[in-house]
Ligand binder design. Structure first.
Ligand SMILES: *Cc1c(COP(=O)(O)O)cnc(C)c1O
Length: 407
């Protein structure tokens, strides 16, 4: 590749999504330090919880160390026990489903739908036909795009199942005017460094269920009983959020809508830039949902895919004129010091979950049936740099680099 706009490679790496700090975080960190509330109690935690529950529109929020810890607490609150099946998103980050295993449960993976790339309501319906006794569903709002909640919630309700909403990626996104993180009985937010708002790390358990919130507060602080000595009648965890991390979140929260607007502008610029290419952007249903546009992703039309072969942990491809593949684009961007990534690899094709059940809208997949939606988008899609510190000029060069792959 030659130079584009006289740039041969970016001096400073352009990231998928890195923390964007504003300075106000410091004020709260310093305050925690000066008042010596540097541990897992303090005003920052109270305020971060309050602003989170208010924003999402739920009654309670409990600050925890990570989104993964919040998912673990949600599994416990939902009563997942050894041997229990839990219906789970198939195309997602492994942290959505690992907490099922922490409690000895077994995730049953539900295929994605084309409309949002999230859990397919038809496949979920099918799953309840096959396993009517399942009582817990965990579903992720992928890349900041809400699930089709009208159908997902109705199906869960009709089958008496608890919905756990993994909103780790979707803080600020809404469905029919209602925020993600408020649809499930238990909901999870992440403040990991790559998310739209960060605490450097951190997570939040969000619910309207007072008893569950109280239980999570207790479990996450080693399950101490109310006694003068250390007394425990339940297993405990050390999952409580630090007041310093909560200070970072507190300083960031007021920038959430600004971050969303910037992420949306990035998405729209890619969409405009790719309008003559045989590709589409990660989809959402415009009439029903407003994503937070956490990551912009692209999907290559089947007809414009050159041959790419993926092995266990490597890949090759054969270049063809007018065609490209995720592997080629990743390589070209990497040479320019730009971070991009394949989409989440579906859970049912992960080595660790080889033996788990996988259900598509057609029923249980035996592994030989036609390719699932999740595998299809994984094969043809990739996540593009969506860092809000990326300039328009930088994004323009990235768009031209991607265009050059289809020449
Ligand atoms: C980031 C993420 C998590 C985990 O959050 P952490 O705070 O990193 O533990 C869970 N689920 C999804 C979908 C995520 O993207």
């Amino acid at each position: 590749m030659g130079s584009i706009n006289n740039v041969e490679s970016f001096e400073n790496r352009i990231y998928l999504s890195s923390p964007t700090m504003h300075g106000e975080e410091l004020k709260y960190i310093v305050n925690a330090y000066e008042t010596n509330w540097v541990s897992t109690v303090g005003e920052n935690i109270d305020k971060a919880e309050e602003s989170c529950s208010k924003y999402v529109g739920a009654k309670y929020a409990v600050g925890l160390t990570t989104g993964t810890a919040a998912l673990h607490m949600a599994m416990k609150a939902a009563g997942v026990k050894r041997g229990d099946m839990v219906f789970a998103s198939d195309t997602t980050f492994a942290a959505t489903v690992n907490p099922v295993l922490y409690e000895g449960g077994s995730p049953v993976f539900i295929d994605s739908e084309r409309e949002t790339w999230n859990m397919d309501p038809d496949a979920l319906e099918k799953a309840f036909e096959i396993f009517p006794d399942v009582k817990v569903v965990v579903a992720a709002n992928l890349y900041g795009t809400p699930l089709q909640y009208d159908r997902i919630c109705e199906i869960c309700e009709r089958h008496g199942a608890i919905l756990i909403e993994d909103s780790a990626e979707s803080l600020g996104a809404s469905y029919k005017g209602k925020q993600t993180g408020s649809f499930g009985k238990y909901n999870v937010i992440s403040f990991n460094g790559n998310k739209i708002i960060t605490g450097s790390s951190g997570g939040m358990f969000v619910t309207d269920d007072f008893k569950a919130a109280e239980k999570v507060r207790k479990w996450s602080t080693q399950s101490r009983d109310n006694a003068p000595w250390y007394q425990h009648s339940e297993i405990g965890y050390n999952y409580r959020m630090s007041n310093i991390i909560a200070g970072v979140i507190r300083g960031q929260m007021r920038y959430l809508s600004e971050h969303i607007a910037q992420k949306k502008a990035i998405y729209e610029r890619y969409k405009e830039g790719f309008k003559d290419l045989p590709v589409t952007m990660n989809p959402y249903i415009e009439s029903d949902m407003e994503p937070n546009f956490w990551l912009s992703c692209m999907l290559i039309d089947e007809s414009a895919m050159c041959k790419e072969i993926r092995y266990d942990s490597d890949f090759t491809y054969e270049k063809e004129p007018g065609k490209s593949c995720p592997g080629e684009i990743l390589g070209v961007l990497s040479d320019y010091n730009v971070e991009a990534r394949p989409l989440w690899k579906p859970m049912h094709v992960q080595p660790i979950f080889k033996k788990n059940v996988f259900i598509t809208a057609d029923g249980i997949s035996n592994g030989e049936s036609k390719e699932s939606v999740g595998c299809d988008i994984f094969r043809r899609g990739l996540c593009l740099p969506s860092d809000i510190k990326m300039t328009e000029e930088e994004q323009d060069i990235i768009i031209q680099l991607i265009k050059s792959c289809f020449e």
